[in-house]
Write a protein that binds this ligand. Structure first.
Ligand code: PHE
Length: 339
């Protein structure tokens, strides 16, 4: 029994077989158990001999079974480890990487630049009060210049903001001038009741800028714009200030940059002027300061409103603003920041 048992244990090549062998050899119906059970039928002097022998065999077999079990378990673990090895040299499954929207990329560039110049970045509500969007921007209720910006009204006093300029009023109202000058930039979405076409969208972006301190001049405005335009478009592009009108700035200017298409020579896109308008700006109107409780005899400064959609169109030669809003990945993935 012993030798046979040891051989069959050594031959067991999986845990299930080993367990079957254990039951057969050492179980209730096995030879050892029945030998021990038969002891009471033996003569008294034979009992310890047979009992001792049976116990010895049982111990030997039990130990051998334990060893074999350990061995089989190690083997199974090793096999599992081998089969689960990761081959790090295999090529991986490519993961499609997204990127910020092209207009967001332009906004990020402009905002980063102004952060570097010490401006704070503020955002404001798109659902705005008439008071901030128009009245405090020197556009009283029946001012004709309200027609310059066709407006989505939600009620008599609430509207979808037509410009980010209400952030001028909101910031002026709360800024503590004893703590230092006001330099802020405010990117966001604005809305106009325009019919969408290649150059109009009922929803687009603006970045408002406002600087108010004691001795700010138009030269500061020009220098600031020069820095920004060079940063975004590169030094190949020139710019000019052209006299214009906004109710909240005086004097007001529109800023043109070299036409991206003809580089100043004149083409259909720039109506043969060689220039394309990219932003509005000017020196903040005293009424705007007064309405926000800032003394125009002490403080003054400049404001500007950038159109990032326009910037993106010019920079990349996109001729239909609607392309930015159709979310066609084939179009948008062209503008990969990394190259
Ligand atoms: N808010 C003006 C517009 O939307 C742009 C502007 C901003 C002009 C600030 C002057 C100063 O057309």
């Amino acid at each position: 029994i012993k030798d046979q048992g040891l051989t069959s244990i050594a031959d067991a090549d999986d845990l299930q077989t080993l367990n079957d062998i254990r039951v057969k050899l050492l179980g209730k119906k096995g030879p050892i158990t029945s030998a021990l059970r038969g002891i009471r039928d033996l003569a008294v002097e034979e009992r310890p001999v047979v009992g001792g022998y049976a116990n010895e065999i049982r111990d030997v077999l039990t130990e051998k079974i334990e060893q074999q079990k350990q061995y089989l378990e190690d083997l199974a673990l090793q096999a599992k480890l081998n089969s689960e090895t990761i081959d790090v040299t295999l090529p991986g499954t490519p993961v499609r990487q997204g990127q910020p929207h092209v207009i967001q990329q332009i906004i990020d560039q402009v905002v980063d630049l102004f952060i570097g110049m010490g401006y704070q970045v503020l955002t404001g509500p798109e659902v705005e009060e008439d008071k901030y969007n128009f009245e405090m921007m020197n556009l009283p209720k029946d001012h004709p210049a309200r027609d310059m910006q066709d407006t989505f009204y939600l009620s008599d006093d609430i509207l979808m903001r037509t410009q980010t300029s209400p952030m001028q009023a909101r910031t002026l109202e709360t800024h503590d001038f004893d703590a230092g000058p006001l330099k802020m930039i405010s990117p966001g979405i604005v809305y106009r009741r325009d019919t969408d076409d290649p150059t109009h969208s009922h929803q687009f972006h603006q970045i408002e800028g406002l600087v108010i301190d004691k001795h700010i001049t138009m030269a500061d405005l020009k220098g600031t714009l020069a820095t920004m335009i060079e940063q975004i478009f590169g030094s190949k592009f020139d710019f000019r200030l052209r006299p214009s009108y906004f109710p909240f700035t005086e004097p007001s200017v529109e800023v043109d940059v070299t036409c991206f298409n003809c580089m100043g020579k004149g083409c259909d896109i720039c109506k043969h002027t060689g220039w394309i308008e990219v932003l509005g700006a000017g020196m903040v109107h005293p009424n705007v300061l007064r309405m926000a409780n800032v003394d125009p005899d002490v403080y003054g400064g400049f404001a500007f409103g950038i159109g990032p959609d326009r910037f993106a169109m010019l920079k990349y030669g996109v001729d239909d603003i609607r392309d930015f809003y159709l979310d066609d990945v084939r179009f948008l993935s062209q503008f990969n920041r990394k190259g």
